[in-house]
Design a binder for this molecule. Structure first.
Ligand code: ADP
Length: 161
């Protein structure tokens, strides 16, 4: 077995991400969720908030850790002593971007491989952007994210409006 990272924006974490985390954590020794602190995107939540939310959401899974990072995923993988990058695939629309990303990463760091988990069908439609869109118009997001996040997301969206 090996160590893996699961990098992403997680702005905010959804049940779709949590499903991938649960499944991937069973296949590796240690899974580190890498919360990307990306200066070119303006996230709804700061990386500190996103890390805190994910820690709360996955606290029952023993071999999962959560850290913020900036820069390249392959460098974060090396820093975490991981040889696998986990990503999720929802639809063919994800595929083209994910393929390009994984091939670029392989070019930069051939010793690190990307492993894809295909979405569980019940979460195939789910993305962080959809959650924010529904919350903005006061729709019900309780099927998309853990209960403790529902009011935090709605409050933050309305603050920023
Ligand atoms: P990024 O900005 O890096 O795409 P995201 O937080 O949107 O970060 O997603 C992180 C990873 O999780 C990506 O590989 C994405 O395809 C995957 N993912 C997101 N939502 C789902 C879902 N509902 N089912 C499966 N995988 C998902």
């Amino acid at each position: 077995m090996a160590n893996a990272i699961y990098p992403g924006s997680f702005d905010p974490i959804t049940y779709g991400h949590i499903d991938i985390i649960r499944r991937a954590s069973k296949a590796v020794d240690r899974l580190v969720i890498g919360v990307l602190n990306n200066t070119s995107k303006t996230p709804l939540f700061s990386s500190e908030e996103r890390v805190e939310f994910i820690r709360e959401a996955v606290k029952d899974i023993p071999n999962v850790a959560v850290e913020a990072f900036s820069g390249l995923s392959v460098d974060f993988a090396k820093a975490m002593d991981a040889s696998i990058i986990v990503r999720g695939l929802r639809a063919v629309t994800d595929f083209e971007y994910e393929l390009q990303l994984s091939q670029t990463n392989r070019k930069i760091a051939p010793e690190i491989d990307t492993v894809f988990y295909t979405t569980s069908l019940q979460y195939a439609y789910l993305s962080s952007s959809i959650v924010k869109e529904v919350a903005l118009f006061d729709g019900d997001i309780s099927e998309f994210v853990p209960e403790f996040l529902v009011s935090k997301i709605k409050d933050k969206i309305h603050q920023k409006k």
